[in-house]
Design a protein around this ligand. Structure first.
Ligand code: NAD
Ligand code: TDX
Length: 344
């Protein structure tokens, strides 16, 4: 099979840097060009395993830069896009929302429009050699807003974003939808729940708990700690993206989730239990007997969504995808990775 070039955006981030090695290993027919702006959330060290790989190339750049993106599409003859690049941290979107609109809305628009002009000779008709070029948009369950104690988000749930981050992702989802309905661009969107695993940026919840515990500093739990998130191991997310990119129905949306709901306080306690076994506090000469003693309830996040939970029946029934990683073992692997990398 002739090689095809895929553009991966945001590949130096958490999920993208787990996805690229997975995809290169699994599919010898793809070349990957990774365009990443290298914001504070990025790190090229996460991509060490693919450095120098003959089918991998990195370009530092902004997805909102139309000239650059047009160059990338033409120069590499891009035949598919997997679009991870985003500003992704809710707390940052509260402090400084503008860049979220710039990257998540304008950046996604720019990519879509470059894909349209590159892949389609004229509106409504694919050029023969670009038939089948697919734009896969990676999005979040946060676009659906918040749930009470019961119920799940489905692909039919109404959009009700509550933070500047989720509002910017919701806007990008709508642009993707419109490019399919108006121009016939081959798009798929996946809305995924909270990911966890190796290589996540330290500002996110699970890495924060581990980092603070290992430094014997207070572990900050927002509000009453009873907000619920549905945690999915990052490799399970990558496998879901793989299925939807290759087999999903054009124009469709697929929710991806772990059926794995936990209150934040429970997650923090689980991590402390793992750390107590892995790096006993007394082995570090600490006064505390368990890292749990460091847990501290702090001021809540403004507009903090109470509960997210995904009904993943569509991707399970249509594409046979299932979350495979069990939370206890996934969390243990994750904590071990951070301990190794904190010490290394
Ligand atoms: P991340 O913040 O770790 O990585 C984002 C990457 O995008 C970074 O490498 C950053 O440098 C890059 N980037 C940001 N702005 C850019 C720009 N203008 N041009 C080019 N590159 C730019 O995020 P993540 O956790 O890996 O999330 C990836 C995608 O998945 C995002 O679209 C996010 O909304 C979505 N998502 C994440 C989660 C999660 O739990 N992490 C869950 C559901 C969906
Ligand atoms: O220090 C903290 N203390 C705390 O209690 C932090 C950083 C978070 N939290 C809480 C807030 C949330 O209820 O933990 C939960 C998880 O927080 P984040 O890791 O910031 O994730 P969340 O806001 O749920 O969003 C994540 O999942 C959906 C990703 O960051 C998004 O990019 C993704 O779309």
């Amino acid at each position: 099979m002739p090689e095809q070039t895929l553009l991966v955006t945001g590949g130096a981030g958490f999920i993208g840097s787990n996805f690229i090695p997975y995809f290169l290993n699994r599919y010898p027919q793809y070349r990957i060009v990774n365009v990443d702006k290298l914001t504070a959330a990025a790190s090229l060290s996460r991509l060490k395993s693919v450095e120098g790989h003959p089918r991998y190339q990195f370009i530092r750049g902004d997805i909102a830069n139309r000239e650059l993106m047009a160059f990338v599409f033409t120069h590499f003859d891009v035949k598919g896009v997997i679009h991870f690049a985003a500003e992704s941290h809710v707390d940052n979107s509260i402090a400084d929302p503008e860049v979220f609109v710039r990257t998540n809305v304008l950046g996604t628009f720019t990519l879509l429009d470059v894909a349209r002009t590159h892949w389609m000779e004229e509106p409504f008709r694919y050029r023969d050699d670009y038939r089948g070029c697919r734009f896969h948009h990676i999005s979040t369950d946060e676009v659906y807003g918040t749930l009470g104690r019961t119920g799940f988000f489905t692909e039919e749930s109404p959009y009700a974003p509550n933070s500047p981050y989720s509002a910017s992702k919701a806007s990008s989802d709508m642009l993707v939808r419109s490019y399919h309905h108006t121009y016939g661009l081959d798009v798929v969107t996946t809305n995924c729940s909270n990911n966890y695993g190796p290589k996540q940026h330290s500002e996110k919840f699970i890495p924060t708990v581990i980092r603070k515990a290992l430094a014997f500093e207070p572990i900050p739990i927002y509000g009453d700690g009873k907000n619920v998130r549905d945690w999915l191991y990052v490799l399970d997310h990558c496998k879901g993206i793989d299925q939807v990119f290759h087999r999903g129905k054009s124009g469709d949306v697929y929710n991806i989730g772990g059926k794995n709901e936990w209150e934040n306080i429970e997650v923090a306690r689980k991590i402390c239990d793992i750390l107590d076994r892995l790096v006993p506090p007394d082995s570090k000469g600490a006064a505390v007997k368990s890292y749990k003693e460091l847990i501290q309830f702090v001021k809540d996040r403004p507009g903090h969504d109470r509960r997210y939970a995904i009904d993943a029946s569509k991707i399970e029934n249509e594409l046979g995808w299932r979350a495979e990683e069990d939370f206890e073992s996934g969390l243990a692997k994750t904590v071990e990775w951070y301990v190794e990398h904190a010490e290394g």
